[in-house]
Design a protein around this ligand. Sequence first.
Ligand SMILES: [Zn+2]
Length: 287
Amino acid sequence: MLATVPSTAAATSTVARLLQTSYANDTGRVADAAIRAGLMWRCACSAINAALATDACPECGKKRPWASDLTPTYCDAKLLEDLRHALADYFDDRPYLQRPAAVSFRTTHYDDGRAWYSGQARLHYTDKRQGELYTEGFDRTFVADALVELSEDDEPQDGAVLRVVVPAWGSTPELGDPARNLHPAPHPLVGEYAYSVCDYAREAAQVLGEGWGSESGYIGAYGLIWGPGVPTLRLWVDHDDDLVLQLKDDYDPEQHIVPLPDGAPSDAYQLRAVAEDIARLARTYLP
Ligand SMILES: [Zn+2]
């Protein structure tokens, strides 16, 4: 038993050294073991790659698949890390299973609402485009506990998918490790701003809950928020740089300014806070 968990970089160089010193007819087996352990990855083009931190296969140039998380817009970063570590530990304890690059979960219905389903999952490997169903599931493991925590923090929507990168070791991933690519990450699409007004609309629709949705307006200049049996709301920025919420179809629309006391949101938590304000206004304002 190792006293400390080795770093991914140390593991990678150890594997490289093992390969270097193996007899020619052993290198295949060493590489296979390293791939099973998640210390190297095999591309769909069959090239074997040692650098876990690189994003693309040097052989075919394709992006390494399953190297980033996929989460709902809001997902608590700490709870997500708890899930990631539970997954890493799960596969650490089961060396007979090939370590997946990522695991994805779907939702299910319980008496008290929707939740991430631990009874079944999909395992993703770097050399396959499609995930493989893992019918064994994660019931009664720390993975299931972490999923419960995430579900209680924010009930997932029907049909939502949660895909989590599994690090090579159960340790905190190092800088440059794909496991650090956490979502929700702001996307650099709108210059110095992390989110566009359409992102605010989408997040607000999530806060408003079941039956609510959003749409991006013409070239992203505004966001539309629609809900069950209510007029569509438009979210846009006026000439004074105020964020405005108004009824889209009203010929003499009342305009409601959404306060942005700390400026434009630059991370998922700030985005959520603005979305909650929008949702609050929408509920008061709608007939
Ligand atoms: Zn390749």
